[in-house]
Design a protein around this ligand. Structure first.
Ligand code: MEV
Length: 448
């Protein structure tokens, strides 16, 4: 059993999963777009360029405006005054490299993906996984509902516990009305409370109320925490009980993102392995993770190698996404892989990921941080539900690349080559390098 089996996946109003079986037709056609298209994310030679040339290429292909490219090329993307207003006791910046994963085709859209990460191989592996998935039309997402959930914990005397479910049915509508009164502007934007739920904990008299809220473009932590505290105050006035914690849950099972892809078996051929053999070995590698939580932990770490860098680049709370992903992986009671790989009816490789990706495109630092604005521009300023789909696609691509390498040739050859590059860098920079800008334009670009 996988986490997906115990929690229903968001669907459209007819109850069908959107994009199910849609790897054909127009999207397959989009997959065949030539690299000559200005918006193609198949960027031949990108890896061999220097940083300035890559920015030029992104501008040329209309993935980025000159203005946004200039932000990324600048020596410090976050003014210190702004940094000081984000956190307490700020003394400076802590920088991470920002890389661009290429080759992504998501729901027929050509995408380049900004990834903020320190680990070598991650950006290359994401690009490689995306290239494999292009062979059968890229990635196909199921729309994500932007639901966040607040928890209000309370305890009653054990002898009164039996009355609580009846009481809860009477006050359901009142709780929803109170929640919506906390955020009238959210309601006017089409968001607000979508449901309430009473959960009975395995301790006599202890309950939790869940309030589910459509938070639209926001990740929603502040929205649902305000609601939780308001309902908590109301609860202590309405019921003889002791109110406990009032806070969101990061296990956002009503905010699951689901993405599917397929890979043509011919594209999986690798020295010594036929495509058929590679499909068999990759599905067997997935089965190992499905059976063994020790392997599932590493399998999922590889998925988060893809997810976290995009969450960070878009200014979102990666600790929340990490917590949600791992809690969801364990939701059946056994820690499980977040992806599934299988052989399709026609003998190719099929894959899917189901993962909560609670991110926003407003709130927090998203509208303030200049580099975050550049990342969102690279992604075409998506809405938060669409962004979740992009992020989960990168997780799936990353996992595909890792499993293909692990199941066929091992990862150390590629890893060690990059590691040696890092060691060489350490030799070169035995002092802290001065922070200077990326030079762009006229083919004279270089990182100084
Ligand atoms: C390394 O950062 C990630 C991998 O270990 C993931 C995996 O084993 O699937 C390669």
């Amino acid at each position: 059993m996988t986490p997906t089996d115990v929690v229903s996946v968001p669907s459209n109003s007819t109850g069908e999963s959107v994009h199910e079986g849609a790897i054909s037709g127009a999207q397959a056609h989009a997959a065949k777009q030539k690299s000559s298209s200005p918006r193609s994310s198949r960027m031949t030679g990108f890896a061999k360029m220097n940083a300035g040339e890559r920015l030029d290429a992104l501008v040329e292909r209309e993935f980025l405006s000159e203005e946004m490219a200039a932000v990324l090329a600048g020596p410090a993307q976050l003014p210190i005054g702004m940094a000081d207003s984000f956190i307490e006791n700020c003394v400076g910046h802590f920088s991470l490299p920002l890389g661009i994963a290429t080759n992504f085709l998501i729901d027929g859209r050509e995408m380049v993906i900004p990834m903020a990460v320190e680990e070598s191989s991650v950006v290359a592996a994401a690009s490689h996984g995306a290239k494999l998935a292009r062979t059968r039309g890229g990635f196909f997402t199921t729309p994500t509902k932007t639901i966040a959930t607040s928890q209000i914990q309370f305890t009653v005397d054990a002898q009164n516990a039996g009355h609580i479910p009846v009481w809860f049915e009477r006050v359901r509508a009142e709780i929803i009305a109170r929640a919506n009164a906390c955020h009238p502007r959210l309601v006017s934007r089409g968001g607000g409370a979508t449901g309430v739920e009473l959960r009975v904990l395995p301790r006599a008299g202890m309950f939790v109320i869940h309030v589910h809220v459509d938070t639209r473009e926001a990740m929603g932590a502040n929205i649902v925490n305000t609601i939780a505290e308001d309902i908590g105050r109301w609860l202590s006035d309405s019921l003889p009980c002791s109110v406990g914690l009032k806070i969101l849950t990061n296990l956002t099972v009503h905010r699951l993102t689901r993405v599917r892809c397929e890979v043509d078996r011919k594209a999986l051929e690798i020295s010594g392995f036929s495509g058929e053999e590679a499909v068999r070995r990759i599905t067997a590698a997935w089965e190992f993770a499905d059976l063994d939580p020790y392997r599932a932990a590493t399998h999922n770490k590889g998925i988060m190698n893809g997810i976290d860098p995009v969450v960070i680049a878009t200014g979102n709370d990666w600790r929340a996404v990490e917590a949600g992903a791992h809690a969801f992986a364990a939701v059946t009671g056994q820690y499980k892989p977040l992806t599934r790989w299988f052989e399709t009816d026609d003998g190719h490789l099929g894959g899917e990921i189901t993962v909560p990706v609670a991110v926003g495109t407003v709130g927090g630092v998203t509208r303030l941080h200049p580099a975050v604005q550049s990342s969102l521009a690279l992604l075409g300023h998506p809405s938060s539900d669409v962004l979740s789909g992009y992020i989960a696609s990168v997780g799936l691509a990353q996992n595909l690349s890792a499993l293909r390498a692990l199941a066929c040739e091992g990862i150390q050859r590629g890893h060690m080559a990059l590691h040696e590059k890092n060691i060489e860098m350490m030799r070169r920079y035995d002092h802290i390098p001065a922070l200077t800008a990326v030079t762009r334009g006229n083919g004279a670009s270089k990182v100084e």
